[in-house]
Design a binder for this molecule. Structure first.
Ligand code: GTP
Ligand code: MG
Length: 364
């Protein structure tokens, strides 16, 4: 860049000459008037600073806008090694915290649901501990704000415990450790604490900052404290969402119900999902026909941080897929078609590559 006069540069940057001269003063650049010329290097430095300031200003505005949004409930993923008691904890919470349906009273397993704690709400997501579910677990962590890492007191830190920790770390979400099954005679809380220290987490009881709560998912011992800790951590996270935004969410699980058809559990993350809304999730489209919470209560709408069971998908959506709102059925079908074709094209390309490779191998 050639030399440039101050007023020219100011015009180029969309600012007043006086404003630019102030900036030059802070930079220690000498000049006589707004008609003085700046060398190319100085002009470039000015541009860089202005760009940066504007970036910061935008960030500040975005943060301010976020601060004006209402708070939302925390979404907690329960993670850990197989059989360490994740589902049992959720069943316990559902039994004690979620009003039972009149008929039955048996807890049907649902992968995500809301729990009321005083006047607060927490959304829980179950994640399977078996090795085969690595991807789902990974996605669970992505959909969550906080991870509970369950460690059985009779078993200690195991491979999938480490994996769960790694996923929570990768997702950048805070962890709370629940040492479970303390009702068992062979439970050894201290040993689990030692295990955790070896993983680099020093429990508060040992002077560190890792939150560790001994519990029994079976008897409920320690569960209130665990909920309290969750709310405390959630408060620090300052979670907010816009209920007026376009609805967005994630598929937690889906199944085919003999009577009802495709039944999907959705976590609404932003906006408000309403009956009649058109949606797409991956390659699947749908129109929300009915929504229920975990108690089987029908809902007309579901705002940010709400887990709902939904009817109205054309096919089974895939767990972990993002749920997007679309204006109408035509758009929903078109997007779903496009995605299917895109996947087919990718698969064909991959098959072609494999064919070429094996030909090359033959000719070698
Ligand atoms: P996966 O989903 O397969 O990874 O297992 P999970 O972590 O969900 O474990 P689950 O809740 O299915 O519990 C496994 C076994 O441990 C079950 O037999 C539970 O009854 C038992 N269990 C879970 N929590 C406790 C507890 O606090 N005390 C005792 N004594 N048993 C428990
Ligand atoms: Mg389970």
């Amino acid at each position: 860049m050639a030399k440039v006069r101050i007023y020219q540069l100011a015009r180029e940057l969309g600012m007043e000459s006086a404003e630019l001269m102030e900036l030059l003063d802070t930079m220690g650049v000498e000049y006589k008037s707004h008609a003085s010329t700046l060398d190319a290097e100085t002009a470039e430095a000015v541009k860089e600073i202005v760009r940066e300031q504007r970036g910061l200003e935008e960030q500040r505005k975005a943060e301010e806008a976020r601060k004006a949004l209402p708070h939302r409930a925390p979404v907690v993923a329960v993670m850990g090694h197989v059989d360490h008691g994740k589902t049992t904890l959720l069943d316990y919470l559902r039994k004690t915290r979620v009003a039972e349906r009149e008929a039955g009273g048996i807890t049907q397993h649902i992968g995500a649901f809301d729990v009321h704690v005083g006047d607060k709400r927490i959304v829980f997501i179950d994640t399977p501990g078996h090795e085969a579910f690595t991807t789902i677990r990974e996605r669970g962590a992505r959909a969550a704000d906080i991870a509970i890492i369950m460690v059985a007191a009779d078993d200690g830190v195991m491979p999938q415990t480490r994996e769960a920790i790694a996923h929570a770390k990768a997702a950048g979400i805070p962890m709370i450790f629940a040492i479970n099954k303390i009702d068992l005679p062979q439970a050894n809380v201290d040993r689990v604490m030692q295990d955790l220290m070896r993983e680099g987490f020093v429990p508060e009881a040992y002077g560190g900052d890792a939150i560790v709560v001994p519990i029994s998912a079976k008897t409920g011992q320690g569960v209130d404290e665990l909920l309290e800790m969750l709310l405390l951590v959630a408060e620090l996270e300052d979670l907010r969402a816009d209920p007026e935004a376009e609805p967005k969410g994630v598929i937690i699980e889906s199944k085919l119900d003999k009577r009802a058809g495709v039944l999907a559990t959705i976590l609404v993350q932003e906006g408000t999902l309403r009956i009649g809304d058109h949606v797409v999730a991956g390659e699947v489209w749908g129109r929300i026909r009915a929504m229920m919470n975990a108690d089987g209560v029908r809902l007309e709408e579901a705002g940010p941080s709400t887990a709902v069971q939904v009817l109205g998908f054309s096919e089974l959506p895939t767990a972990g897929d993002v749920l997007e709102w679309v204006p109408d059925e035509a758009a929903a079908k078109e997007i779903s078609e496009e995605r299917k074709e895109e996947r087919k094209r990718r698969e064909e390309e991959e098959a072609e590559r494999r064919r070429v490779r094996s030909m090359a191998d033959l000719l070698r």
